[in-house]
Design a protein around this ligand. Sequence first.
Ligand SMILES: Cc1cc2nc3c(=O)[nH]c(=O)nc-3n(C[C@H](O)[C@H](O)[C@H](O)COP(=O)(O)OP(=O)(O)OC[C@H]3O[C@@H](n4cnc5c(N)ncnc54)[C@H](O)[C@@H]3O)c2cc1C
Length: 502
Amino acid sequence: MMSLPDQVDVLIVGYGPVGAAIAGLLGRYGVRTLVVDKLPDIWMAPRAIALDNEALRILQMVGLPEDAFAKVVIPQVRMRSPHFGEFGRVNTAGTIDGHPKLVTFFQPELERALRTYAERQPSVTARTGVEMVRFDEDRDGVRVVLRTSAGFEEVVRARYLVGADGASSNVRTAIDLDFEGETYGEDWLIVDAAGVPENIDDVEFLCNPDRPTPHMVAPGGRTRWEFMLEPGETREEMEKDSTIARLLEPWAKADEIRIERKAVYRFHARACKRFSKGRVFLAGDAAHVTPPFIGQGLVAGLRDAANLAWKLAWVVRGRASEAILDTYDQERRPHAVKMIRLAKLMGQLVMPRDHVRAVIVHGSMALLRRIPPVRNYFEELGIKPKNAFVQGLFVRGGRGGRRGSWFPQSVVRSDAGVVQLSDDLLGPELALVGLGGDPALSESTERQWSQAGGRTVRLPDMMERGWCLVVRPDRTVMHDGPIEEAERLVTESLRLLGTPAA
Ligand SMILES: Cc1cc2nc3c(=O)[nH]c(=O)nc-3n(C[C@H](O)[C@H](O)[C@H](O)COP(=O)(O)OP(=O)(O)OC[C@H]3O[C@@H](n4cnc5c(N)ncnc54)[C@H](O)[C@@H]3O)c2cc1C
């Protein structure tokens, strides 16, 4: 194995999808980063299968090209009951912010793409077969002891440590931030197969209380089934080929298809009390775990990556004060907790375990569907928590709730006539965005803005002509106001960032 660097700015423990996304983003900002994973290669277990438009926008932010991994666009999610037929539906057709509302994908392929991208960045070093053993924090950084697969211990110093080391995180245990929340008493068998003769083209929840079974189409001619285990059924018995063949009978003959992956999981709904302590930050499953009923576990981890990486980069590069790092927990934790609550609610609504409750719940849902506003609320995803913050790194107030929310993305034509997604025009830095006009800054503010990693961009009047917004690299609106007040907006944003010259 190649040697490890003695000293880096950020050390990431865990090279799963979240660790790889953080490494890629830090690499984009030129931050000296070491990412390590104890496993020799990507973990092949059947895990995440669905991503929403927010996750796809973050992968765009990381720098992955549109075709970096295969996707199937999902037009709808249907819920079917043995008593009422289809009693619920979510419309996932169309796009938000330039990306499909819902896709399915193959997690190992996405992880490979994220790793390839991260390792292309000159400031990123990635090492597999390297385990984090322990660490101590002092005033200037963290001293981390790593063990290589050959059994040697090496010490690396880092200014900051990110624990992206999954649900059984050692980093989380070491900083004493245990999970709060519940463990479900439910186990699920996950089966991925290829070559199913008549595959569906969407996601279907078969809500039979005898055996709830979500199933869905995935790229590469694959299908995923998730079978809830009955009381008394064991992992060993359920993972047997003969059991799987029997469960799959309604869809395919076992000798006609290829079972690629199978595993029994127990689902959890838990989050940490805080997502950071001192110089140590938790991201992804290390900070929160959710049952997968709304496909938001990895999506939440990618939101963590987008939120944390640029803040670390700005502090390491001396563009912002260390105080901004406290806003990672303030901004991310409440949203992650809301998503976990929604996943639990979905589990209870869609998959009750006894017939009486199923008739009451599914019958009520079928009736409520007849009331158009209620139907729209569920079907058009009004129930999904918005990616908007109550407190954090933005100037409070303003109209229309734009500050602290995501700046929308659209397809625009640049001055040079190139048609592109607006985030690509904004670039990876801070952006002062003028809508339908050019915001003007004094010479000294312009200089400070550029020293703080800011640029100025004009976009067509997507929202309101003559308006101006300060947009963070993670696409959160930090400030907004009339375009004539651009100077004030930038000065106040620099103050909030604690940029040294400001
Ligand atoms: C059945 C199932 C279905 C799911 N479906 C969805 C879905 O549709 N959509 C969705 O968004 N999410 C879904 N999820 C959740 C998603 O898979 C996870 O949220 C995601 O994989 C977590 O990524 P991570 O990078 O945080 O952690 P992990 O992928 O667990 O990576 C952690 C890494 O850290 C390494 N590590 C651990 N300890 C150490 C150490 N001490 N030193 C070095 N390395 C270490 C591990 O080897 C591992 O590679 C699903 C999960 C399951 C189980």
